[in-house]
Design a protein around this ligand. Structure first.
Ligand code: ADP
Length: 396
C-alpha cells in the first residue's frame, strides 16, 4: 500500500531548489556529517525521554535504527549533493505513512526537527562557525521540503484510512441487508401458514369455538396480517440498498408525480385532499425508489391529519448548490421537536395503532432512499400546526 501511494505522490513532490538554497543545504549537510556524533549524542538523550519518539526507540532494535539512518542519510546525501531527489522523497513518503499508521502525530515531527535545530544552533554558536547563517538556512530549506512531503504522506494515510472504513461500513451494510432479506423471506412461509390455519380453524370449528373463541382467532389473524406487513416492509427496506443494481434514469419528476397521485387516488378522494404541486425538476434518479419516497411522504401527510380536517398538502422544489431541495408541507397533527430524529428510525412510531395505522417503516425507507441519492431528509414541525418534510437530492 505505501509503495503505491508513494509512487503516486512522489512526482508531484520533487522540489526544485534554487542554486543558493542548494548550496546552503550542502553546507548544512557537510556540517551535520562532520559533527554527527556530537549532534546525535544530545539528540538521542532527548529522544529517549520524548513521549512520542521514546517508546518507538525502545521498541526498535539498535541494528534496525542504524540501518534506517544509514539508508536515509545515503538518500539525503544523494538528494542534496546530486540534486537527485526522487529516491529520498519516495522513501520519505513511505516512512511518513509507516509512522502515521503507527499513530505518531504529525506534530511529533515538528518537535523532532526543533530538537535537532536547537542542538545545531548551540553547536554553531559554541564553535563560532562563520557559516552559521548559511548552515541554518540550509537546514531550514531542507526541513521545509521534508515536512511538506511528510505532511502529504500523513494526508494520504488519513484518506486511505477513511476510505477503508467506508469500504468496511459498506460491506457491513450489505451483509445486514442480505441477512434481512433472507430472514424476512424465510419468515413469510410460516406466517402464511398461520393465516391459512386461522381461516381453516374458523371455517371448520367456528361453531364449537363460540364468540369468545372467534374473537381470539380474529386477534391472531390481525396480528399475523400486521406481522406480514412488517415482514414485507423489512424486505422492501433490504432491497432499497440494492437499487444500485438498477439504472438511474433521467426523469421528469412532474410525470413521476402523476404516478404517485394515481397510486394514492382512492385515499386522495376519500379524504378530499387538496394537493398543490409546484414545478418539479428533471433529474437522474432511481425511479422506483423516488416514487416510493413521494408516496410515503404524501400518504403520511394524509394519514396524520385529523379525520375531521381535509388534508392540504403542497410539494415544492428549489435548486440548492449542486442538488435540489424538496419540501412537502401538510396541515396535519404535527410532531413534537423531541421526535424529529426518532421518526426516521425503523419501527419508531408516535401514535397508537388504534388511532393511526402503520408499521413505522415508511420514514426509514425514505431516509434510505434519500441517502441513496446522496441527500439528507429532515422535518420541521409544531404539534397541531402541521409538518414540513424536507429532503435534498443530488444527481447520481
Ligand atoms: P408509519 O406511518 O407506518 O407509522 P413512518 O415511518 O412513516 O411510519 O412514520 C413514523 C412516525 O412519524 C409516524 O408513526 C408518525 O407518528 C410520525 N409522522 C410521520 N409523518 C408525519 C406527518 N406528516 N405528520 C405527523 N406525524 C408524522
Amino acid at each position: 500500500m505505501p509503495e503505491t501511494i508513494s509512487q503516486e505522490l512522489t512526482p508531484g513532490l520533487i522540489p526544485k531548489p534554487r542554486k543558493q538554497e542548494l548550496e546552503d543545504m550542502q553546507m548544512y549537510y557537510s556540517y551535520f556529517e562532520n559533527n554527527k556524533e556530537r549532534l546525535y549524542k544530545d539528540l538521542l538523550k532527548e529522544l529517549v525521554n520524548h513521549p512520542v519518539w521514546g517508546p518507538i526507540m525502545k521498541n526498535t532494535s539498535p541494528e534496525v535504527q542504524e540501518a534506517r539512518s544509514e539508508l536515509s542519510e545515503k538518500l539525503q546525501r544523494q538528494a542534496i549533493f546530486d540534486n537527485n531527489w526522487e529516491p529520498y522523497i519516495s522513501d520519505l513518503i513511505q516512512q511518513g505513512i509507516v509512522y502515521a499508521t503507527m499513530g505518531v502525530s504529525f506534530s511529533g515531527w515538528f518537535e523532532l526537527i526543533n530538537m535537532h535545530r536547537n542542538n545545531l544552533t548551540v553547536l554553531l554558536l559554541n564553535d563560532k562557525d562563520p557559516r552559521g547563517i548559511n548552515i541554518l538556512n540550509g537546514l531550514n530549506s531542507f526541513v521545509d521540503i521534508a515536512l511538506s512531503v511528510t505532511g502529504e504522506a500523513y494526508l494520504a494515510e488519513k484518506k486511505s484510512i477513511v476510505e477503508k472504513q467506508k469500504r468496511e461500513q459498506e460491506f457491513l451494510n450489505k451483509e445486514l441487508e442480505q441477512f434481512l432479506y433472507i430472514a424476512t423471506h424465510d419468515l413469510k412461509e410460516p406466517l402464511r401458514n398461520v393465516t391459512s390455519y386461522v381461516e381453516l380453524l374458523e371455517k371448520k370449528f367456528g361453531k364449537e369455538l363460540g364468540e369468545e373463541g372467534k374473537q381470539y382467532l380474529a386477534y391472531i389473524g390481525t396480528s399475523a396480517d400486521l406481522m406480514r406487513e412488517l415482514v414485507s416492509g423489512l424486505m422492501e427496506y433490504s432491497i432499497i440498498g440494492n437499487a444500485k443494481n438498477e439504472q438511474a434514469v433521467k426523469t421528469d419528476l412532474n410525470d413521476l408525480f402523476k404516478n404517485v397521485v394515481s397510486n394514492l387516488q382512492s385515499i386522495i378522494e376519500d379524504r378530499k385532499v387538496h394537493l398543490d404541486i409546484g414545478k418539479l425538476p428533471t433529474l437522474k434518479i432511481y425511479q422506483r425508489e423516488i416514487t416510493l419516497l413521494f408516496q410515503n411522504l404524501i400518504s403520511n401527510a394524509i394519514k396524520f391529519t385529523k379525520p375531521s380536517i381535509n388534508p392540504d398538502i403542497s410539494v415544492t422544489a428549489e435548486k440548492k448548490n449542486n442538488g435540489w431541495l424538496f419540501k412537502i408541507k401538510d396541515n396535519g397533527i404535527g410532531i413534537d421537536e423531541k421526535y424529529f430524529e426518532k421518526i426516521f428510525v425503523i419501527f419508531q412510531r408516535l401514535n397508537p395503532r388504534s388511532k393511526y395505522a402503520g408499521t413505522g417503516i415508511g420514514l426509514a425507507h425514505c431516509k434510505k432512499i434519500v441517502e441513496l441519492h446522496n441527500g439528507k431528509i429532515w422535518v420541521e414541525s409544531k404539534p397541531g400546526e402541521g409538518s414540513s418534510f424536507y429532503f435534498t437530492i443530488n444527481e447520481i
